[in-house]
Ligand binder design. Structure first.
Ligand code: SF4
Ligand code: SF4
Length: 424
């Protein structure tokens, strides 16, 4: 395992961090506790010393499970990172109560790395107004948190503003070879490092999309490489190649992943990719980009839309369906998130063609025309302001097929070899 130092403190962190947002599940879709604890302890025994969790993960079950996984002397071997959820905070006192609750759940007297969760412009302004900087100062003085940071999903201007607003030890950004110009992006990464912040990277494989369902055009390029690597290894190596990156978080929920990631984390130093390898990654990025239907970077400048359309999300899911090949899953997410099932209706078909967003978009995208495409493709013929019965039906059929396959399979079939490696 390689380690990198936190610039302001000298703390030595493993370049691979264990993300606890996508833990292994049982057939009943609850966390597989025994397997999770085995995976976490295997990672720690093999050099991982940074664990990232949050109250929001697994509907509140991730933090207590991490607390149990770190019994038997494991707590002393790792730094725990967890987060303050701005959406649960109404008053300054709420911040103290949430932190106290987290200390109990995690069975510890301090949090090593404490983040304000998923900041963007609006949530940052709200937290500032509620006195979050005084809270952080107070929590640090009391020893309940050691290092203060924030995770981020807004645009570059907001990122710079937050970096400059406090004496943070670290931040956490989404970064991978497709997101160099998205959110904080490469410029944000370099900016944070120039201010001596450690940078933890989340979504190095875009939630696994860069590792699974690889389009044939992309697969063809990977196969041209003189050194054979999995797409996941290429994706992780790209991020670790940046000296500004401190820790890369991977949501490891399979034995094979964890073995592979730990092996790569023993080799992937900064600047270790050859120019020819970086050129290969650039070709893969260009190929993914060419498969994108709409060149939206997700900057969010066009928001809010007066008709309620979530413009960047609609484009992101439309692009995802085109780039990563698992169209039904993207259609399902589109319908649940934007069709009014898990929140307000914000689907593309709501666009009234007022043209306001087009004037603001830095990419000069023809947004209403693009949304019309999204509407036709993702909403199906039966949408009409309700649920797209056609698309949902396809997804249900697909899931039913998978369930049949799962229930007709022997327990943990396919994982045996990797589990043996871990338990031996
Ligand atoms: S053109 Fe459509 S998406 Fe753009 S702001 Fe107007 S209603 Fe919203
Ligand atoms: S449509 Fe344009 S302004 Fe809106 S998020 Fe995408 S790139 Fe940014």
């Amino acid at each position: 395992m390689l380690y990198r130092k936190v610039p302001k403190t000298g703390d030595s962190l493993s370049i691979l961090g264990f993300g606890c947002m996508r833990l292994p599940l049982t057939r009943a879709h609850t966390i597989d506790e025994e397997r999770t604890i085995r995976l976490i302890r295997y990672a720690i025994d093999n050099g991982v010393n940074y664990l990232d969790t949050a109250p929001a993960y697994h509907l509140g079950r991730s933090e207590p499970l991490v607390g149990r996984a770190l019994a038997d002397g494991y707590r002393e071997k790792v730094r725990i990172a967890t987060k303050l959820p701005p959406w649960s905070v109404r008053t300054r006192n709420d911040m103290d109560h949430i932190l106290e609750d987290q200390l109990v759940k995690l069975k510890t007297n301090h949090i090593d790395y404490y983040l304000l969760h998923s900041l963007a412009k609006e949530s940052w302004d709200t937290m500032l107004h509620l006195g979050v900087l005084e809270f952080l100062d107070h929590a640090k003085r009391s020893g309940k948190i050691i290092n203060a940071g924030f995770s981020f999903h807004g645009n570059l201007a907001t990122f710079r503003e937050i970096v400059d607003a406090y004496d943070w030890e670290f931040c956490q950004i989404q970064y991978n070879f497709l997101d160099e110009l998205n959110q904080a992006g490469t410029e944000g990464l370099k900016y944070a490092a120039s201010k001596r912040l450690a940078v933890m990277v989340m979504e190095p494989l875009r939630g696994g999309s860069l590792a699974g369902h690889v389009p044939v055009q992309v697969d063809k390029i990977w196969r041209e490489a003189p050194v054979r690597r999995t797409p996941a290894e290429w994706g992780l190596r790209f991020v670790w190649d940046h000296p500004e990156v401190t820790v890369v978080l991977s949501g490891m929920n399979q034995e094979a992943q964890i073995v592979e990631n730990i092996t790569v984390a023993g080799e992937a130093g900064p600047g270790s990719l050859a120019p020819s390898e970086l050129a290969l990654i650039a070709r893969v990025r260009d190929t993914y980009t060419s498969l994108m239907k709409v060149g939206c970077t997700g900057c969010g400048y066009c928001m809010p839309c007066p008709a309620g359309v979530n413009i960047p999300e609609c484009f992101a899911l439309y692009n995802g369906a085109s780039m990563f090949g698992n169209r039904r899953e993207y259609a399902f997410h589109y319908l649940t998130r934007h069709g009014g099932i898990t929140g307000d209706r914000s689907y593309a078909g709501l666009c009234r063609n007022c043209g306001r967003c087009e004037k603001i978009c830095p990419q000069h995208l023809p947004i209403p025309a693009g949304l019309k495409e999204v509407s036709t493709s993702m909403e199906g013929r039966t949408f009409g302001g309700k649920v797209a019965v056609l698309q949902c039906g396809l997804w249900i059929i697909d899931r039913a097929g998978r369930l049949v396959r799962i229930f007709s399979r022997k327990p943990n079939e396919g994982d045996t070899a990797d589990q043996e490696k871990i338990t031996s």
